[in-house]
Design a binder for this molecule. Structure first.
Ligand code: DX5
Ligand code: ZN
Length: 219
């Protein structure tokens, strides 16, 4: 669609310095802040709650891309919307009534995102595409940063881009898991719109140069 959006994930930041992490993302020229919420149930770890999101909200005007890796996501949507999320993405595998959850997010004036883990095919969410603003293709099993990208999942990006064109829709396609310079160029070739990056971003000495390279621009 337009230029690639880069969404660094604060999961790979120093948890004792989250304000600084958000400042680093802003000064790097990246586009969104990706916030991985884990409940210790849908995935083993527990990460952030709404209070941290609310406090970080005062720190930047960049959009907050909240990725809920939680069971019963509908229970958390109002609180994260109130805390300052812009996009709220939940997992198809964690929601029985995904259409209702997406409508609920939009009803609160937020952008609704739907995510699938590597083992879930795109066909599982095809009928929901008109009701979402973003589809997040996970290229690792969710729960941890620093894993190796399952590049076989990139064909899902191509499939989503084709469905979007056929159905004249306008959702964004995002990819999350093991995204670095090399995998980003493959995902970009598949037509992705949003690149989530955790360990590659926070491990980079020159974050601004990395952001430009992930976008496919000159470093
Ligand atoms: C994993 C999270 C990702 C993670 C990505 O469950 O959803 O957003 O932070 O980290 P990297 O880029 O290191 O795979
Ligand atoms: Zn994520």
């Amino acid at each position: 669609m337009g230029k690639k959006l880069i969404a660094p994930s604060i999961l790979s930041a120093d948890f004792a310095n989250m304000g600084q992490a958000v400042d680093d993302i802003a000064t790097s020229g990246a586009d969104w802040i990706h916030i991985d919420v884990m409940d210790g149930n849908f995935v083993p770890p527990i990460t952030f709650g709404t209070k941290m999101v609310e406090h970080l909200r005062g720190r930047t005007a960049l959009p907050f891309d909240v990725h809920l890796m939680t069971r019963a996501p509908e229970n958390l949507v109002p609180a994260f919307a109130g805390a300052g999320a812009d996009y709220i993405t939940f997992h198809l595998e964690a929601a029985v009534h995904a259409h209702r959850v997406a409508q609920g997010i939009r009803g609160l004036g937020k952008k609704a995102g739907l995510s699938i883990v590597p083992s879930t095919p795109v066909s599982a969410l095809t009928c929901l595409l008109p009701f979402v603003d973003l589809v997040l293709v996970m290229t690792v099993n969710p729960g941890y940063g620093g894993q190796t990208c399952i590049t076989e999942c990139f064909s899902k990006i191509e499939e989503l881009v084709r469905l979007r064109q056929e159905q004249k829709l306008d959702f964004l396609v995002s990819v999350d898991g093991g995204i670095n310079e090399e995998t980003a160029s493959e995902a970009s070739a598949a037509g992705v719109d949003v690149l989530v990056t955790g360990s590659a971003f926070f491990g980079a000495a020159d974050k601004a140069a990395l952001v430009r390279r992930l976008r496919g621009e000159e470093a």
